[in-house]
Design a protein around this ligand. Structure first.
Ligand SMILES: Cc1cc2nc3c(=O)[nH]c(=O)nc-3n(C[C@H](O)[C@H](O)[C@H](O)COP(=O)(O)OP(=O)(O)OC[C@H]3O[C@@H](n4cnc5c(N)ncnc54)[C@H](O)[C@@H]3O)c2cc1C
Length: 801
């Protein structure tokens, strides 16, 4: 066995071999995979082998599309068969919400180049004749859906990787992974030690145990899962062509033809986690005992939907475990806090996602970044607050909701409240309707007495509409207050702090007492952050950005660490409030003498009431506003000070729903909607914050300059939409002159203007005021008009005055 390799991939399931193949494809042939048994010895061998593109996250859906198309390539390269059956598949909808979800997915597929179709009951009966269509409104048909041979496919990946120069060692068990001082790794196995620059954990069912060898907790958990293969069914084998897949979310089942019979699997509600205390190393090619009790209700439902099943005999039952992350997406990428240690775990649909996971991870390792935004599967989307106690109930919730409708406004209840601030009980008593962000409770809106303390999940305007309107009105006409606990906050100190910021951030680094807004760019010039920099002194800065991107941003800062600079994540040790609206100054002046001359974009330390605070004059709501930071121990006192002062000025608390409506009035973008690694500064207007004149080779400079001299084709614009009861959420197609020419990044209802607004990326040559377009919302073609004048404070007089 080799004792040296550039990369060691631990685990020979479908994910490990895909990573190995993609590494060789991108030029890292000195890659080695070690597998403790034979290839496929975890979840892979007993998978049902189904694949499909449908995924609520657009980037994940695109990567699933990539995975499916890859199988032909693998067959061609290796001459091996993946056992492909491209039989197509339909996903049924038996109620309005499920149908809305399919309509929204179909709309996205238009510009993604996926050739799906919405079909009605009659067509369903033709496509999938064993389906009882009673009560079915329609379905999404995807010709790409199908299934394959899990073992053949894994071996095809392995052969392609070997052809690219990689080595695969089976019956080699990794026992330890020890990092050397230079950041390289000793991978200790039962057959000797391998010294590697990089380690990839693709340990699947054992990923938790493999992670622990490096001192890492990876938030995933195995769940038991069962599918049944029937005996021969005449209605199936007498057909001239193979029966397509049928996903029936109402019955939480997926079904396809297997030989001359059928195969049906369930995501049952009485589901069971497996190996709660750790996956035994002795587990291998065995199955779990059959358990018909837990799928009894699911089977009864399936008999109604697919009557042929009722008389079919059972040929075999496959009951095995596979892993989930708390939100069901994979855990991929550089593990925060470690050097050269990569995760390729938590892949619950290895045959839909494995190719995309392999490609993205290989691009990240070899080229330094991925070609698209992988936030939805980035291992850094969970922070160091995550624990097994949180992961387990979330994984159970995710399994149970696998086939449920995912609503854009939905807040999932398991493992909550998990993290709260000192304001939790005060806001709760005031009627807060809570959401969660990065494990933290945040107020979405405040319900009045007599109103439900629960927002109805919906694709259309929800019951939060009136409450949001009230809060927006208070901010626009008087003053609103909300917490700034859910901002990502960083303290940057040291003699080289300014130099470091100049290199890391593309924008201007402000003078003491001032703020600046800046994009942070990747080496290829993609947006990887939108930051506010506050300069407290030349050696002391504060940064604010998205709360959910903390682990992602800290990982980047650590990768680009410099002597003489200390970066601390103070997101949860600095909290406070923002007050916004025309009366905000009066509220502040009543409780401090230090704010009267505070100009727009000033930052200053001051005492408010009795609380030492840092106050900056800036607002995301688009008018006069202040952010007031304090320590958590002082937050309640600060609240009482501001709230009592606010009573004379019409103060009202507001939540995230109002905030997201208010920002639309000014067409302000938000992280992962308008600003994400999928986009560049010039596409999104963030280039206006780039300091091209500064004498620093900031990261991404060359790409930003190239973009400046050669404008990108698309640009971010705003539309007023003639919407009915549903607003844009994101990724709806924009039609101009009868063709799909762009897509929405986000949108919503401007309660201030009484208009439905969409932000969208469209070709530059259509980006003129008044351009007429149509935006497809839940299957409706809504008239839209491009607008360039903000709906509030268009000249900035309120904000700056
Ligand atoms: C019943 C069932 C049906 C399924 N049906 C489908 C389906 O239809 N479509 C679909 O896409 N997915 C399906 N899945 C899920 C699919 O099986 C998984 O997504 C996939 O197998 C995950 O692959 P993996 O490579 O991440 O992990 P695994 O297959 O678990 O592979 C991990 C490998 O790592 C090795 N390993 C672990 N620790 C070490 C160590 N210390 N040293 C060396 N080697 C080590 C293990 O031996 C194992 O071979 C199904 C799962 C189940 C249980």
């Amino acid at each position: 066995m080799k004792t040296q390799a550039r990369v060691v991939v631990i685990g020979g399931g479908v994910v490990g071999v895909s990573v190995l193949y993609h590494l060789t494809k991108l030029g890292w042939s000195d890659a080695m995979l070690v597998e403790r048994s034979e290839l496929t010895s975890g979840s892979t061998w007993h998978a049902a082998g189904g694949f499909h593109t449908l995924n609520g996250d657009t980037n994940m859906a695109a990567l699933q599309g990539y995975t499916i198309r890859l199988y032909k390539e693998l067959e061609e390269i290796t001459g091996m068969s993946c056992g492909l059956h491209h039989v197509g598949g339909i996903t049924l909808a038996d109620n309005r919400d499920r149908f809305d979800m399919l309509l929204a997915e179909r709309a996205k597929h238009r510009y993604m180049g996926l050739d799906t179709q919405i079909v009605g009951p009659e067509e369903i009966a033709k496509i999938a004749p064993i389906t009882n269509t009673d009560g079915i409104l329609g379905a999404l048909y995807d010709p790409l859906d199908g299934h394959l041979d899990p073992s053949g496919t894994t071996h095809a990946y392995a052969k392609a990787a070997r052809m690219g120069g990689a080595t695969i060692e089976t019956h080699v068990m990794v026992q330890e992974t020890n990092q050397r001082a230079d950041g390289t790794w000793d991978v200790v196995t039962d057959k000797g030690t391998i010294h590697a620059e990089h380690v990839v954990n693709a340990g699947g069912l054992w990923a938790r145990e493999v992670g622990a060898m490096a001192g890492v907790y990876l938030p995933l958990h195995p769940m038991e899962h069962q599918y049944i293969v029937t005996d021969e069914i005449a209605d199936i084998y007498e057909r001239s062509e193979e029966h397509p897949h049928v996903m029936d979310p109402a019955g939480e089942s997926y079904l396809r033809q297997e030989g001359r019979g059928l195969c049906i699997g369930f995501y049952e509600q009485p589901c069971r986690p497996w190996a709660v205390d750790g996956t035994p190393w002795s587990f291998g090619h065995e199955l779990l005992p059959d358990d018909f009790d837990k799928i009894e209700d699911s089977i009864a439902f399936a008999y109604q939907r697919f009557p042929v099943l009722e008389t079919a005999g059972v040929k075999s039952v496959i009951h095995g475990p596979f892993t989930f992350a708390p939100d069901g997406n994979p855990l991929v990428g550089l593990v925060p806090g470690l050097r050269n240690y990569w995760s390729a775990c938590g892949v619950m649909a290895g045959f839909s996602q494995g190719g995309g996971v392999g490609l993205m991870l290989a691009q990240w390792m070899v080229e330094g970044e991925c070609e698209r935004d992988v936030s939805a599967m980035d291992v850094a989307r969970f922070g160091d607050w995550i624990s097994p106690g949180y992961t387990l109930p979330k994984v159970i919730e995710n399994y149970q909701k696998r086939f449920s409708v995912s609503y854009p406004n939905e807040e999932l209840p398991a493992a909550r409240p998990n993290r709260t601030t000192p304001m939790y009980d005060i806001f709760d008593q005031m009627g807060a309707v809570w959401g969660a962000q990065f494990g933290l409770e945040v107020v979405n809106y405040f319900a009045n007495d007599g109103e439900d303390r629960y927002e109805t999940p919906s694709f259309r305007r929800s019951n939060a509409f009136d409450a949001t309107a009230r809060e927006v009105k208070a901010v626009r006409e008087a003053v609103g207050i909300n917490e700034i606990h859910n901002f990502g906050k960083y303290e940057v100190t040291g003699p080289n702090a300014r130099d470091w910021l100049d290199r890391i951030m593309a924008g201007r680094v402000p003078k003491p007492g001032r703020l600046s807004l800046t994009p942070m760019l990747s080496h290829k010039g993609k947006l990887i952050g939108d930051f506010t920099i506050s300069c407290l002194s030349d050696t002391h800065f504060h940064l604010t950005a998205s709360y959910g991107a903390q682990a992602y941003h800290m990982r980047w800062f650590e990768q680009h660490a410099q002597d003489g600079v200390t970066v601390r994540n103070v997101s949860d040790t600095l909290t406070g409030f923002q007050i916004a609206g025309p009366n905000a100054r009066k509220v502040l002046d009543a409780v401090t003498r230090d704010a009267t001359d505070l100009r727009f974009m000033d930052v200053r330390a001051m005492t408010i009431g009795t609380t030492p605070c840092l106050v900056q004059r800036v607002s995301y709501t688009g008018g006069l506003g202040y952010e007031i930071y304090c320590e958590p121990v002082a937050q309640r006192q600060l609240w009482h000070t501001l709230w009592s002062s606010g009573q004379d000025h019409g103060m009202r608390p507001f939540g995230m729903r109002a905030m997201m409506s208010l920002r639309l009035d000014k067409f302000f973008g938000s992280w992962l909607s308008e600003f994400s690694p999928d986009y560049t500064p010039a596409e999104t207007g963030m280039d206006r914050f780039i300091a091209f004149k500064k004498n620093t080779d900031f990261i991404g400079r060359a790409a930003a300059e190239a973009e400046r001299s050669n404008s990108p084709e698309r640009t971010l614009v705003a539309f007023e939409v003639d919407a009915q009861d549903a607003d844009v959420q994101g990724y709806e197609p924009v039609w101009v002159d009868g063709e799909v020419r762009g897509f929405c990044t986000s949108g919503g209802y401007s309660h201030h203007a009484g208009k439905s607004i969409a932000l969208a990326l469209i070709p530059r040559d259509h980006a003129q005021d008044g351009t007429k377009a149509k935006i497809e919302i839940l299957g409706q073609m809504c008239d839209a008009t491009l607008i360039t004048t903000p709906l509030y404070d268009a000249d900035g007089a309120q904000m700056r005055g």
